[in-house]
Design a protein around this ligand. Structure first.
Ligand code: SF4
Length: 173
């Protein structure tokens, strides 16, 4: 897996001050995507053990609320299979911090309720996430007043509540 960027102090992509990882590779190709260079799976640098360790260090301070995964598409199978062991490590080391993920797949696609190319690792990754901002970016529904979302079709979901109820549950603000 490659990644395009790491933000060590990010307040735009989830609640609180966060560490954000922008992975490379996305097959959704939404019209008006703000990051089309990240569609290429070979964009940026290789995600190595050293990168993982750097992220763990960045996550350590008490003022960091958690980790955000963005792209690109973290739930493309190539990316999810690398992120699963990394996020597991983050959860073990920092049980009181949370994990947000942004995906062009919807919750229903990631859980197999609707057909999609999302695979086993994507489902496993979803099970490790607290909050999912889901759905493709739809230019006609773009709304710059929305917090943490680009277009109004996207939802901010409480993943564990959604998995328990077997249907998408929006996170209460
Ligand atoms: S899912 Fe995100 S990264 Fe992928 S094309 Fe859509 S807006 Fe761009």
């Amino acid at each position: 897996m490659n990644y395009g960027e790491i933000k060590r102090v990010d307040i735009a992509n989830g609640r609180g001050v966060r560490v954000s990882l922008f992975v490379s590779g996305c097959r959704h190709h939404c019209q008006g995507c703000f990051n089309p260079e990240t569609w290429d799976f070979s964009y940026g640098r290789e995600f190595t053990q050293k990168t993982e360790d750097e992220l763990i260090r960045a996550l350590s301070p008490d003022f960091i609320a958690g980790l955000s995964l963005l792209g690109g598409e973290p739930f493309e199978e190539e990316n999810a299979s690398v992120l699963v062991p990394f996020v597991r490590r983050v959860r073990e080391l920092f049980p009181h911090k949370d994990v947000w993920a942004y995906s062009g797949f919807t919750f229903e696609e990631l859980t197999g309720k609707l057909p999609s190319r999302a695979g086993k690792s994507a489902r496993e990754l979803l099970s490790l996430v607290d909050t999912l901002v889901d759905g493709r970016f739809v230019e006609a529904k773009k709304d710059i007043s929305l917090r943490f979302r680009g277009s109004s079709n996207q939802r901010i979901l409480d993943v564990q509540a959604s998995l328990a109820a077997d249907r998408a549950a929006e996170r209460k603000e």
